[in-house]
Every structure is written in C-alpha cells, then in structure tokens.
Design a protein around this ligand. Structure first.
Ligand code: ZN
Length: 414
C-alpha cells in the first residue's frame, strides 16, 4: 500500500516573548534580510543550495545565535525569493522583499518536553514555551505524528506536524466527487448525488466589508490603509470559518463514500474579469473579490491529503466546456437572458441547471481519467460510457454551511 506524507500546522497564541527570545527573533530577521539581499544581488538566486553556499559565510557576524537558525533563515529567504520570482513571472509589480516583523523558525534542535516546547537560545541554554490544551490534544491524538518545525512570532506559535498517511488504494475507490466552484455556491457530487453548499453568506460578508471601508471618508492614505487592512483581516477570518466547514464536510463525504475528489483547472480565470471586457463594475468586483475558488481548493486539498483521499486535477483541455456542453449528448448549450443559471439543449429539448451541468461533466471526466490511468478492474472504458449514457437525474441536496458545525460527526452523511 502506498503512503504519502501529509502536513498541516497548529497555531496557538503566545504571550509576549521574553527579551532573550525577542532579540533572537530580531537577529533571525536580520539574517533573513541579509540572505534576501544577497540573493537579489546574485541575479535573483532562489536555489536553496546555491544561496546557502553564498550566504553562510556572510552571516558570520551573527555570533550569539545558534547555528541551526542560520540554515533556517537562509531557507526562509530562499522561499521568499522564489515567491518573488513567481510574482515577476506572472507579471505582478513587485518590490524588493523585506521581512518587517521579528520571527523565529527552525526545524532543528527543538523538543517537546512535559507539554512545553523547548527551543535553544544559546549553547546549553533553552527557553520553554507552554503549549495549550488544544495543541497538546492534537499532538497526543496520534502517536505517529511528527513535529517538523516551529514558527514563533510576537503573538503566535505554529507547529508544523506531519504524518505518513496510507492512501486509499485504487481498487477501493468506488466513485468520484466532482467539485464545481461558483460565486454563490459550491456544488459537489456525481451522477447519483449532488450537493449544493450555499455560499451567499460569503458574498454578503464581502459586500459588507466593502461598504464599511468605503464609508470612511477621511482623506488620509495611511489611516485608510490601516482601516482597510483591519476589515480585510476580519473578512478573511469570517469567510475562512465558513470555507473550513465546507471543505471538512466535502472530505468527510469523500472518505465515507470511498471517492476520489476531482478539481477542474480554472487558474488564470480572473483574466476574464478585467476592465474593458464589457462587464459592469459590480460584476467584476464580485468575480474578483468575492469568488473564493483558490482558498476552498487549498483547504480541501490539504484535508484530503491528511485523510488519504486521492485528489485528481483535470487539465485545462479536460476542463474546457464543462459548464457549457450538455452532459447527456455533448451538444453546446444555449443561455437565455430571462432564465438565469439555466441552459437550453436543443437536441435533448430540455433546460438544464448550469451548476448541475458542470458537476456532471467534471465528475464524468474525472472518472474517465481515473479509470484510464488505473485500469480499474471491471469498470473499463465501455462501462464508463454506458454510465455516461444513463439519463436519470441525480438526487439533489442543498446544505447550509452555517448549520454544518452543529451536525454530529459522521452523522447525516452520504
Ligand atoms: Zn443534450
């Protein structure tokens, strides 16, 4: 049975650090910024090995700090430089990066002793940071868990935890769950069952935040920015909670029904909603600010990996036409102004729900890909086609994500 390494992190609050820890954090920040500077000076170098060869000796004057932090600082800098490179490649305006806040990251020489995190300050000198109940509960829940690294900021402590997860073998996969990400709902499912998660609340939160920020009329860029970032954080937290409940439910459902999760490829779709595309301002704002398609994918992916649920990504060409072609006959569907979110197939002579069409196509293409690449026994290509030609309508459920947290675990699934 194959297994893969799954990672996630636990975050907890951390009381203001002692002066020694704070000075360590400041030094760490200095080292990272030095490494970034060297990387930029050397033709945007972001390769960890080359960067550490160049940088390690330059960091000689940081004498008080244990050497384990040096490597981590260089690795942090390499990460920052790599993401800068990516931004440049994607054409975003970038400034020279700079770590502003003090922090401390290390994957070496720390230990968890008696419910406390022990980190080195100097030779044979340690700082003990108490872990809270939530963190300890997670660490004790699974003996195979491995703490890979810690990140300390002035207010929080994060532990990166990892474990080997046995993947559900291909013979055990019985179906697929396609995921279609829309502005106002997330629809998941396959030919037998489709679930809509209502996400209008997320759009409302976005609109609300926009109204609040716009209502501040003081003409001062710095204060406006501060207020905007405060409400932006609030918005992110509120939306994050809802998305968390949805992604958790999706993965649980996939686990119970032994399904693989299918995502379509909609990267760069925001370029469809740029100025000059004959779309209204309001519509473009909705699609660019309130459509949370990346975050839901990120959350679902890491949760799926943690549970060993396989995730299949359709390619760009496999994604093409998923929301505009009929799932029964394959004909291109026609939209009508009066019938919102409905599409007409002249061959079948029927109106289809837009989200349903997308979900059917995505799950079918995902299943074809899965069956082909794993030579699923007894469910060869022919079987897939005949499954495709089945014309009965799937069962449809509508779920309010706000009620998901009240549901008992594992209950009311399938
Ligand atoms: Zn049709």
């Amino acid at each position: 049975m194959s297994s893969s390494l799954a990672r996630k992190s636990i975050k907890q609050n951390y009381s203001p650090p002692s002066l020694e820890v704070l000075s360590l954090m400041q030094e760490y920040r200095g080292m990272t910024n030095d490494a970034i500077r060297i990387g930029i000076a050397n033709n945007n170098l972001s390769n960890l090995k080359k960067l550490s060869q160049l940088t390690y000796k330059e960091l000689k004057h940081y004498k008080d700090i244990p050497s384990c932090y040096k490597l981590c600082a260089i690795s942090k800098a390499a990460g920052i430089l790599a993401s800068r490179k990516k931004s440049i490649w994607r054409g975003y305006p970038t400034r020279d990066p700079y770590v502003k806040r003090p922090l401390l990251v290390s994957c070496y020489r720390f230990k968890i002793v008696n419910g406390k995190l022990r980190i080195p300050l100097a030779k044979r000198k340690y700082e003990f940071i108490p872990l809270n109940n939530h963190t300890l509960k997670i660490l004790e829940s699974d003996k195979t868990l491995n703490v890979r690294s810690f990140t300390l900021t002035q207010t929080s402590l994060s532990l990166c935890i990892a474990k080997q997860v046995p993947e559900i073998s291909h013979d055990e996969i019985h179906s697929v769950i396609g995921i279609d990400r829309n502005l106002r709902n997330l629809s998941i499912g396959n030919r037998s069952l489709v679930t809509y998660y209502d996400m209008t609340k997320i759009v409302k939160i976005g609109e609300n935040t926009k109204d609040i920020v716009e209502s501040f009329k003081r003409n001062d860029v710095r204060i406006r920015r501060k207020i905007a970032s405060k409400y932006g954080r609030r918005r992110k937290a509120r939306i994050g909670t809802i998305l968390n409940m949805i992604s958790k439910d999706v993965v649980e459902r996939a686990l119970v029904t032994q399904s693989a999760i299918i995502f379509e490829d909609i990267r760069f779709i925001r370029s469809m909603y740029r100025k000059g595309n004959f779309q209204g301002r309001h519509f473009r704002h909705q699609m660019n600010n309130n459509w949370q398609y990346g975050e839901i994918k990120r959350q679902t992916e890491y949760k799926a990996r943690w549970e060993g649920v396989p995730v299949i990504h359709l390619t760009k060409s496999e994604t093409r036409g998923t929301s505009s072609n009929c799932y029964i006959c394959g004909e291109r569907l026609q939209s009508n102004r009066d019938r919102k979110r409905q599409l007409w197939c002249w061959k079948c002579g029927k109106w289809f729900d837009r989200d349903l069409v997308a979900i059917m196509n995505i799950s079918h293409r995902g299943w074809v890909r899965f069956a082909q690449s794993h030579n699923v026994k007894g469910i060869g290509r022919e079987a897939v086609v005949s499954e495709h030609e089945r014309r009965d309508e799937p069962l449809i459920r509508i779920v309010d994500p706000m009620k998901l947290c009240q549901r008992e675990k594992g209950k009311d699934l399938v």
